[in-house]
Write a protein that binds this ligand. Structure first.
Ligand SMILES: Cc1cc2nc3c(=O)[nH]c(=O)nc-3n(C[C@H](O)[C@H](O)[C@H](O)COP(=O)(O)OP(=O)(O)OC[C@H]3O[C@@H](n4cnc5c(N)ncnc54)[C@H](O)[C@@H]3O)c2cc1C
Length: 257
């Protein structure tokens, strides 16, 4: 049960509440996850009035406030169509209207396409207190044991890379059992992320070119067995989907010439 509710008007007020050890408060984004586990929360700090709901382009990157709702990313001109497609698959309309980017990143698992795609784009998170910038790939493995702060204020990712993902699910509305997301920069840098298994998506490859993406995927999921699929299946199919993503990116690049 939520015993105490605070609604600060800016980030400084929110931090003052959240860093007060005696109050024992938890950040509240859209509340879709927090409200399902009410017994765990003594009190919450609702972030909806803190101004963390802005989307701005800064050079080659886009900065998205932690309180931006998933639905606000849909149809936004600067949000890559593949990110929008990922959100549409991951979340129902009700969840999209409520869930925030910050809350999603904190609570989603390896089976989230949205989180996989944002990891592919080498997203950096800003944590407070301390204005601590942390790459998502460094944060995810430590998410539960050593968070770099109390509050995520924004996420920043690259705008320019070509991006494609492929996934496998038992039905269109089911959570994926395998996700492969590929981002390719103009320099040739190619970053491949796998999801659909475990607590978080993982980076299978981050290289200066795309050579070996299929082998990297095969290796990265060589032990990814659970009740939904065997490691043999995941690693075989991940290798094929990585090549399919690269073919799609090549086709996009050709159409731009
Ligand atoms: C019906 C339903 C279906 C779902 N399906 C899926 C699914 O298919 N795949 C999937 O991955 N997830 C799924 N989820 C979980 C979903 O990821 C979360 O419910 C949602 O994204 C949380 O977002 P929120 O803004 O509501 O966060 P909240 O519920 O407000 O918070 C979630 C957690 O994040 C913390 N938090 C929130 N904002 C911040 C911040 N700015 N900084 C630091 N910590 C913060 C909170 O303290 C809490 O621990 C589902 C949830 C529901 C209710």
């Amino acid at each position: 049960m939520i015993e105490k509710y605070f609604r600060p008007q800016n980030v400084e007020e929110a931090l003052a509440l959240l860093t007060d050890a005696q109050k024992d408060l938890t950040p509240l984004g859209g509340g879709t996850s927090v409200s399902r586990h009410q017994e765990a929360h003594h009190g919450v700090v609702d972030l909806q009035d803190t101004g963390l709901d802005q989307i701005t382009v800064q050079g080659q990157r886009i900065k998205v406030g932690a309180m931006v709702r998933l639905n606000d990313l849909i149809g936004h001109k600067d949000i890559h169509p593949e990110i929008q497609r990922a959100i549409m698959i991951d979340a129902s309309e009700n969840i999209r209207n409520m869930a925030t980017l910050g809350g999603w990143l904190v609570s989603s698992t390896g089976r989230s396409i949205t989180s996989s795609v944002l990891l592919t784009l080498d997203t950096t998170l800003t944590w407070e207190p301390g204005n601590n910038k942390v790459r998502m790939g460094n944060w995810l493995p430590l998410r539960e044991v050593d968070p770099p702060g109390i509050l995520i204020t924004e996420a920043k990712w690259w705008l320019r890379p070509h991006l494609a993902f492929e996934y496998v699910a038992r039905s269109p509305k089911d959570k994926p059992i395998l996700i492969v997301a590929v981002a390719q920069w103009g320099s040739g840098r190619t970053r491949v992320v796998l999801g659909g298994y475990g607590k978080m998506p993982i980076v299978a490859m981050d290289g200066t070119e795309d050579l070996g993406a299929d082998v990297a995927c095969r290796d990265a999921y060589s032990e990814a067995s659970d009740e939904w699929a065997t490691a043999q299946y995941r690693s075989d199919v991940a290798a094929k989907l990585a090549l399919r993503c690269l073919e799609r990116i090549d086709a996009i690049k050709e159409s731009e010439v």
